[in-house]
Design a protein around this ligand. Structure first.
Ligand code: NAG
Ligand code: NAG
Ligand code: NAG
Ligand code: NAG
Ligand code: NAG
Ligand code: NAG
Length: 556
């Protein structure tokens, strides 16, 4: 009690500004300046997005339930937003930082995100969400540690490393965006980066013999699945997007775009250099980067040749199926993860989502769609339009619950929102009829990945669902000409982006928003609009021409 009193006093002035109801949980403050700066990660000078001069951006490191106050100053000449891949924003899609939830931070101005890592642990990342900014950087790691008294199902590692991996273009993000705007496909990427660099022969990670390290790996790239391995070492998977997993050992792991995971590895080999090898998967030409793990007292450079895990769908699929929840381990709370029996909850709705690529007849312009609908950006964030009851911005129910019948090729372009009931329990079948890997991400929630296969999904596919220890995560892959089934408890009221993590697909329409709705407008279910919300589009003028917002405490 005394401790929390002291903390409350310490943060008294801040709490008055922010929210007195969160005073019991610590605050962490970040002040970020976003600028363009010259970078040359592949040896070619290009314009990158830096945060406080850094590429990749600084890490957000915190503990379960910490309040994160991140003041983002936009020193770019363009509108800008950051979004938080995996941070659930409980009751608070106001902080999600996407064009459907927030007005852009205008050039020269700032916006303070006030978030909480509520009931979460794990490894995630943030990224710039507007335009094609993600191709220029502006991303960084998010690390949420367990609280001290919560048991973690493995011994505390001697050290932890962030490993942000991703494909990379030497072409500027604006040129890539122009290409997409003109209806063309992106070319193949030019390389792969590890923490903003293409391999080196220097010491990227220093280790000592006999010690165990945790690597928190996120694929922050634009499209390519990446295979990750450490020469001569096996890795123990311990966490996937906030879920403690069954601790299987792997010699290489596939990390799909937008996904995050943690592995432990022990420096148990003769002291020398070893390489981390990151290679593109499912591509005709393999792009590869390496980074050096150097043992203290290293006797020499890493050995050649570089190995890589097999690059085939069967291998990747069976690996994906082996990733399961450790039911006896705890998550953010001390109770075991298996105490929530998702397999015995009745599904109230089944949604089948099929993705497609279409070239319009006339100009031959490329668009991507889901269930025959290609998302059109609106002039006003959907969340604000919804809150201020402004009609005509989006269409509720615009996305059907099933793909259009076979042979119906027409795709419409629409600002479509899917409606859903708060606390419904939904089965979502993601169908991929194309030749590339598809990756879906849902904001605000984690989903149980109960089934995954090649071929066509049918009702009989349910017989093979894992209803016991499926992994719970926020980003899932769908293999070429295959399907993935997830179960999700829609327990977070708000406006949530469902998107392809293949960034050109998302940019050209393969996304929509899921409105998780309750008729009660209570701060028990959803926090009120923040008093620093930026207004724009139809909202700036519609709200009596005044910028004054309802005065309300942001109680949790
Ligand atoms: C901009 O930063 C100031 C502090 O420097 C802060 O008081 C203000 O709330 C921020 N603006 C927004 C819109 O969050
Ligand atoms: C690292 O060393 C290898 C030979 O061991 C060489 O082929 C490679 O070009 C070097 N890479 C860098 C980035 O210096
Ligand atoms: C890979 O090669 C095959 C056969 O040559 C071709 O059909 C396919 O389009 C290529 N894929 C990519 C991604 O370039
Ligand atoms: C699951 O977690 C427990 C700790 O709660 C740990 O002792 C056990 O080794 C883990 N099991 C597996 C299969 O990873
Ligand atoms: C689930 O559905 C079954 C069969 O329709 C029904 O018997 C059961 O009571 C339902 N369970 C719950 C918790 O609603
Ligand atoms: C929007 O409409 C709802 C229901 O009619 C009402 O309760 C709410 O106050 C309205 N919101 C605003 C900002 O006018």
């Amino acid at each position: 009690m005394a401790g929390s009193m002291r903390r409350a006093l310490l943060f008294a002035c801040v709490c008055l500004l922010v929210n007195s109801a969160r005073a019991e949980d610590p605050y962490r403050f970040f002040d970020w300046d976003v600028t363009y700066g010259e970078i040359s990660p592949l040896g070619v000078s290009q314009q990158g997005i830096l945060i406080n001069g850094q590429f990749p951006g600084p890490m957000v490191e915190c503990q379960t339930n910490d309040n994160l106050i991140i003041n983002v100053h936009n020193s770019l000449p363009d509108p800008f937003l950051l979004s938080w891949n995996g941070l659930q924003q409980r009751k608070d899609s106001w902080q999600d930082g996407l064009s459907g939830t927030n007005c852009p931070i205008p050039p020269g101005q700032n916006f303070t995100y006030r978030m909480q890592a509520k009931d979460q642990i794990g490894s995630f990342f943030y990224f710039p969400s507007l335009a094609f900014h993600k191709a220029a950087g502006g991303f960084g790691a998010i690390r949420i540690h367990s609280r001290p008294l919560i048991p973690v199902p493995f011994p505390s590692p001697d050290d932890e490393f962030t490993v942000l991996i991703g494909d990379w273009y030497t072409t500027s993000h604006k040129a890539l965006q122009d290409l997409l705007d003109s209806g063309k496909e992106l070319p193949s990427p030019d390389g792969v980066l590890i923490n903003g660099k293409r391999g080196s022969n220097g010491s990227d990670f220093n280790v000592e013999q006999g010690k165990t390290y945790r690597l928190r790996i996120s694929n922050v790239g634009l499209q390519n699945t990446l295979n990750f391995l450490i020469q001569g070492h096996s890795m123990t998977l311990v966490e996937v997007e906030g879920t403690h997993t069954v601790q299987n050992s792997y010699t290489s792991l596939d990390v799909h775009t937008g996904q995050s995971l943690s592995v432990l590895f022990t420096a148990d080999r003769p002291a020398r250099d070893y390489r981390i090898v990151v290679s593109t998967r499912f591509t005709n030409t393999t792009l590869r980067s390496t980074a050096v793990i150097r043992y203290a007292g290293s006797s020499g450079p890493a050995f050649e040749p570089l190995s890589a895990g097999p690059s085939d769908v069967d291998f990747s699929l069976s690996q994906a199926r082996s990733i399961r929840t450790n039911l006896t381990a705890s998550g953010p709370r001390p109770n075991p993860q298996g105490s929530y029996h998702y397999g015995s909850i009745n599904v109230t709705r089944t949604i089948r989502l099929a993705s497609s690529a279409v070239w319009s007849a006339g100009g031959g312009r490329l668009r991507y769609a889901v269930n025959g609908v290609s998302f059109a950006e609106a002039d006003t964030p959907l969340k604000l339009a919804d809150y201020f009851n402004i009609s005509g911005v989006f269409r509720l129910g615009g996305i059907p619950d099933a793909p259009p019948p076979e042979g119906e090729e027409a795709v419409r372009s629409e600002t479509a929102v899917m409606n859903s009931d708060h606390r419904s329990f939904v089965e979502v079948v993601l169908e991929n009829g194309e030749d590339g890997v598809q990756i879906w991400h849902l904001d605000g929630h984690s989903v149980f990945v109960v089934g995954m296969d090649v071929g066509t999904w049918s009702e009989q596919s349910r017989d093979g669902y894992n209803l016991v220890d499926a992994v719970s995560r926020c980003t899932v892959q769908v293999y070429p000409r295959g399907w993935t089934a997830v179960l999700v408890a829609l327990d977070n009221v708000g406006m949530w982006n469902m998107r392809s993590e293949v960034w050109a697909r998302r940019y050209l329409g393969q996304q929509f928003y899921l409105r998780v709705y309750t008729p009660t407008r209570s701060s028990r279910d959803e926090l009120p609009i923040p008093d620093n919300a930026v207004l724009c589009g139809r909202v700036a003028t519609a709200a009596d021409g005044s910028r004054s917002l309802p005065v309300s405490r942001r109680d949790r």
